[in-house]
Write a protein that binds this ligand. Structure first.
Ligand code: ADP
Ligand code: ADP
Ligand code: MG
Length: 447
């Protein structure tokens, strides 16, 4: 097992990883930008190294400085968390060249799956159902228009390098296609530095249902059930639950086996997620694979009792998976609310500033994965997610009541948050009966 791990991230996920390491008796090295001198992850780790100025490009995306920090402190492995360098194959390769273990899959696998249009081909070959769409990348808008005509409207234009719900556009009418395509392409260029686009049929009113998998270096691959992430605003998840309320044993087996097939097709190692869309007739389609730990991983931990970050570290260090498919039992119900520093009254604009006062919820079945404290100055340079509030209950109903109770206890003053918005979701009749799909927020809240 590793003696020391460097965490190439910040915020709650850096804290989450430090916690796992500490419980495993592993020393931790935090890296931080000049804006994060007073951040919790900087304080909590055994050692901390400043890696540059606040701009992500200069610090959390600065491969050389991060690797240097690992070499200088003698860290044997790097955990990339999510976002930043977590799906950067070049960085994974650099780690390898420097004899540092990248806690994640091999660089080639990140490349294969990170290119979303390419991943579709690999999945189709592995017998995993995909959404009807373009074969690979679309050359230009004329080529795109032909493909869209052929698929039939509405279609979705998506960035092959996309992530975080960005670089996606729906086109409902043929006459809008060319313009939308051009806009999407230029947006993708700015957001991802890559403007390869692909097209998919737009699935009407689907649920987003994703499967967590774990795979060791010896070909053992298991699925840990699913997460329903249909509560989204503009294709970005805001509340997730496990299990999916409409899941059946049979569908879980079918989707889980497809997820395992998908992972095996690329000789996947470590933790990963296969995202599917599930339509009204219970047909499911591969959407993408996230080759890293996910934001919403805690809800899977709550219903399976398996610590996914510890599993990632054990796998990366060469241990064999101790869990077999039969050991994995889904028990109870978990919900996660992403608590963001943003202002719902102003189009969910980020609301950085100083946290004047904070009271964190607690009690039976409540988990808070966060990185805030009273007096903390939220830098404007990064993602607005402050914390994840996670609850567990024996039933969905108990989890909902518990989440309402916990949200009520959660007090943040000084910056605007979406806490009350979550409360409104948890009191919506459609949500309560789980009559939801990815258009829920738009239909129920006009957002
Ligand atoms: P998850 O898939 O784990 O639910 P998200 O899609 O919300 O996570 O993304 C997790 C974090 O990583 C967010 O902060 C998001 O902005 C960022 N992110 C994800 N993919 C990319 C990408 N390709 N480029 C830049 N940032 C990304
Ligand atoms: P990202 O890499 O940004 O997470 P995804 O491909 O996972 O992008 O899509 C994000 C969200 O967009 C999905 O969760 C879903 O709500 C919506 N979406 C993506 N593709 C389709 C599609 N073909 N039909 C309907 N909705 C889609
Ligand atoms: Mg996705």
């Amino acid at each position: 097992m590793f003696k020391k791990i460097l965490i190439a991230n910040r915020g709650e996920i850096a804290v989450r990883i430090i916690r796992a390491c500490r419980e495993m008796g592993i020393q931790t090295v935090a890296v931080y930008s000049e804006a994060d001198r007073d951040a919790i992850h900087t304080d909590l780790a055994d050692e901390a190294v400043c890696i540059g100025s606040p701009k992500p490009k200069d610090s959390y995306l600065n491969e050389k400085n991060i690797i240097s920090a690992a070499v200088l402190t003698g860290a044997e492995a790097i955990h990339p968390g999510f976002g930043f360098l977590s799906e950067n194959s070049k960085f994974a390769e650099m780690c390898k060249e420097c004899n540092i273990v990248f806690i994640g899959p091999d660089a080639e696998v990140i490349d294969k799956m990170g290119n979303k249009s390419n991943a579709r081909k690999i999945m189709a070959n592995a017998g995993v159902p995909i959404i009807r769409g373009s074969e690979g990348v679309v050359k230009d808008e004329i080529d795109g228009l032909k493909i869209a005509d052929d698929i039939g409207y509405p279609v979705m234009i998506k960035a092959s390098a996309g992530g975080g719900g960005r670089g996606i556009r729906i086109v409902r009418n043929r006459e809008d296609f060319i313009n939308e395509f051009r806009t999407a392409k230029s947006e993708a260029k700015i957001a991802f530095g890559d403007d390869d686009m692909y097209i998919e049929k737009f699935i009407e009113n689907p649920r987003h249902v994703e499967f967590q998998i774990l795979a060791d270096n010896y070909g053992n691959t298991v699925y840990l059930g699913e997460r329903d992430c249909s509560i989204q605003r503009r294709n970005q998840k805001i509340l997730e639950e496990a299990p999916c309320p409409i899941m059946t044993e049979e569908l879980r087996r079918n989707m889980g086996n497809a997820a395992v097939r998908a992972a095996r097709a690329v000789n996947y190692k470590n933790a990963g997620t296969i995202e599917f869309l599930l339509d009204k007739d219970f047909n499911f389609y591969f959407m993408e694979m996230n080759t890293r730990i996910q934001v919403e991983h805690p809800i899977t931990e709550m219903v399976t009792g398996i610590d996914l970050v510890k599993e990632q570290i054990k796998i990366a260090s060469g241990e064999k998976l101790e869990i077999s498919q039969d050991d994995i039992k889904i028990q109870g119900h978990a919900i996660e609310c992403r608590i963001n520093a943003e202002d719902p009254a102003r189009g969910f604009m980020p609301s950085p500033g100083t946290i004047e006062l904070v009271h964190m919820p607690g009690g039976l079945g409540v988990r808070l994965d966060g990185a805030i404290y009273q007096g903390y100055k939220i830098p404007p340079n990064y993602d607005s997610m402050l914390a994840k509030l996670i609850v567990y209950g024996k039933t969905r109903n108990e989890a909902i009541n518990r989440m309402r109770r916990a949200l009520g206890e959660f007090i943040v003053e000084g910056v605007k948050t979406n806490i009350e918005f979550h409360y409104n979701i948890l009191n919506n009749d459609k949500f309560l009966s789980s009559d939801i799909d990815t258009g829920f927020i738009n239909k129920e809240f006009g957002l």
